[in-house]
Design a protein around this ligand. Structure first.
Ligand SMILES: CC(C)=CCC/C(C)=C/CC/C(C)=C/CC/C(C)=C\CC/C(C)=C/CC/C(C)=C\CC/C(C)=C/CC/C(C)=C\CC/C(C)=C/CC/C(C)=C\CC/C(C)=C\COP(=O)(O)OP(=O)(O)O
Length: 291
């Protein structure tokens, strides 16, 4: 992979990650059309996602700090309740257990953990399929057409008002399944998860926040899996430089675009991106059969 190719892929990632058009689908199409050679599978795709993850942290840092703090307190409460449970067995005293989910941020933490489980299982089981699918133009083409349909549906769903306290564990689990399926190139992770949220009656602004914060464990988990797959493969210094430059470009451009997405979803403009996904998907399918 050349430096210019890594810069262009970083640009593509930054421009598409926070728009519901599947950045991994665009990266797959770019690599196929421009014969980008790499012997590390989709490691660079995942690293570019880590690059744009920086934008998520910058935009949602207050929520993330609060989520981490509440996660730590929840763990402490679980441990304390376990100790109280053991002491209660010995009959020493009647105990009052600590409530674990005692505020909306703790429910938010629970919703992230519940959604991450199916994402992790699907992502782990399907990781080789995802790598293979990224090399066949037909797959991102068809998946972009599916994304287009989901986006049209989500724009026509009545505005919901659900926030963490109203959201069920089943809602979170289903959204985690959608996110896991979105590892397929062309299925937009943000598009499918936000569509699943609004169809489930979520408040739109919370749907976007939940989708983007939910991407943190998904992308970090994908990175862990990809680095494990790297195994004994050693990266040349030039390749490491290209990877880092691509990640930096993705992070910078991603920060600019994430603000656009927040406006797009609030104004229910997914249909424009559906038309775009329809066009790129049709061209990719056509290109597969006729080129
Ligand atoms: C249950 C569990 C492990 C919970 C962890 C989370 C946790 C501890 C939460 C507590 C609350 C809290 C603090 C939340 C805030 C989040 C935070 C700040 C920190 C959490 C960090 C953490 C502890 C992470 C641990 C993650 C981990 C190591 C394992 C989790 C298991 C897991 C989710 C594995 C990932 C499997 C996977 C998604 C893919 C494997 C196959 C693969 C390599 C595919 C590549 C796909 C790709 C290119 C990128 C991944 C993004 C994606 C899902 C799709 C891409 O979509 P696309 O680009 O097409 O769409 P758009 O651009 O969006 O349109």
């Amino acid at each position: 992979m050349s430096l210019i190719q890594s810069i262009l892929m970083g640009l593509i990632q930054g421009l598409t990650e926070f728009l519901p058009v599947s950045s991994s689908g665009h990266l797959a199409i770019f690599k196929i059309l421009f014969h980008v050679e790499t012997d590390t599978g989709i490691l660079f795709d995942v690293l570019l996602h880590v690059g744009t993850l920086a934008a998520v942290f910058v935009v949602y840092y207050k929520d993330i700090i609060r989520l981490i703090a509440e996660f730590v307190k929840m763990v402490i409460d679980v441990v304390l309740n376990f100790i109280l449970f053991i002491r209660n067995i010995s009959g020493k005293e009647s105990v009052r257990y600590h409530r674990i989910i005692r505020n909306s941020y703790r429910k938010f933490v629970l919703l992230i953990i519940i959604a991450t489980i199916p994402t992790g299982i699907i992502g782990f089981v399907g990781r080789d399929l995802v790598t293979a699918a990224s090399e066949i133009l037909l797959v991102p083409g068809i998946c972009l057409l599916i994304t287009a349909v989901l986006l049209v549906i989500s724009d026509r769903v009545r505005d919901g008002h659900k926030k963490p306290r109203d959201i069920t564990n089943t809602n979170a689990f289903v959204i985690g399944i959608c996110q896991g399926l979105a590892t397929l190139p062309g299925l937009s992770r943000s598009g499918t998860t936000i569509a699943a949220c609004v169809i489930s009656g979520f408040d739109r602004k919370f749907a976007v926040k939940y989708s983007f914060i939910l991407s943190i464990p998904a992308i970090l988990g994908a990175l862990v899996l990809q680095l494990k797959e790297l195994g004994s493969v050693s990266l040349a210094p030039m390749e490491i430089r290209n990877y880092l430059v691509g990640m930096a470009v993705a992070a910078g451009v991603g920060y600019i675009c994430i603000k656009t997405m927040l406006v797009v979803v609030r104004k229910k403009k997914f249909t424009y991106f559906a038309i775009y996904c329809l066009a790129v998907g049709a061209l990719s399918v056509g290109g597969y059969f006729f080129v």
